[in-house]
Design a protein around this ligand. Sequence first.
Ligand SMILES: [Zn+2]
Length: 368
Amino acid sequence: MLSGFRILRVAGISLELHASFLILITLMIVFLGFTDPASLFSTLVFVFILFASVLLHELAHALVARFRKIRVEKIILFPIGGMAVSKQNPSRPLDEFLIAVAGPAFNFMVVLGVLFFVSVYPQTPFFPAGLLENPSAFPVDALSDSVLKFPLMGLLWVNLMLGVFNLFVPAFPMDGGRILRAMLSAWMGGFRGTVAACHVSQVISILMIFWGLFSGGLMLALIGGFIFLAASQEKNSAQATHVLGNATIESIIRKNAWVLGYDSRVSEARSKMMELNEPALLVETGPNAFGMIFSEQLEKETNLVRNVREIAQSVPFISVQAPAREVLNFFNASELEAIAVQSGGQPAGFVFREDLEKLFKLLKLNKN
Ligand SMILES: [Zn+2]
């Protein structure tokens, strides 16, 4: 499970900074400290405004989710944005719509708040003189330099960009993509709505990649690639849920799970594997800890007296009653070819990727 360093706890929701975020801030301080110390402070203030806005945007999603009785455990800030972590996805289109709209709505409220403030207090320094007459003389890069003199302009600009980008780009995992999915799901049903929204996201992401590559906007191309992957994952997961439904893994567990003892050697593992005619075995790697060894690994190992536990891969265990769709999502997001199964705290067998994919194809034929 994703986690970071907790900075605050609001209404039962933990607000955390991901380690990569802290590393990036440290690197930025060191880099600017050497190259451009004069702009260090204003850049940090700008970054603070940006990420406080992102954090509050995510908090708005989370609070509306809570209001709609969907539990959100935490919000993690990454260098590229924030993410609300929840064990369940909103299943009703109206819930998803309201939760998705809440984030950008908060940003637009900040924009309106700033405009209201400067209209009530017109003496407040708001933006540099001449900005409206000649905006091209004030490039976006200059925003972080002028943020100390014009913090309200920075706040307005950051929130306007966050609101517009999240709301009007109808692509996963941005809010616009979720709003599109909610609307399509209400119209054509949850599964078909999700698949259609994922296809829209993929088309948009491919356009972003091409546009980014041809205009030299590498960041845009990277975001496009990220959106493409997120949309593909969302589509796979929707398909797994749709096809596998409430099926469990019970029918495809290979129960021939022989557990090699802690001191077993490679030679012993090889003969056991031949005897059982299975492509993998479990290995005891410690008290109540198990790893997995595959036939290809044993074939490559030349030292026959080596302890098998030294070359065993650690594998996650799942329960015998685990829903097949969750296991398929696990395989889609991992490189492992098998996962170990436990029953009552004891190893009970394996599920292989190929077996689950066969089950998926079989059930898919029945669905069509
Ligand atoms: Zn959002």
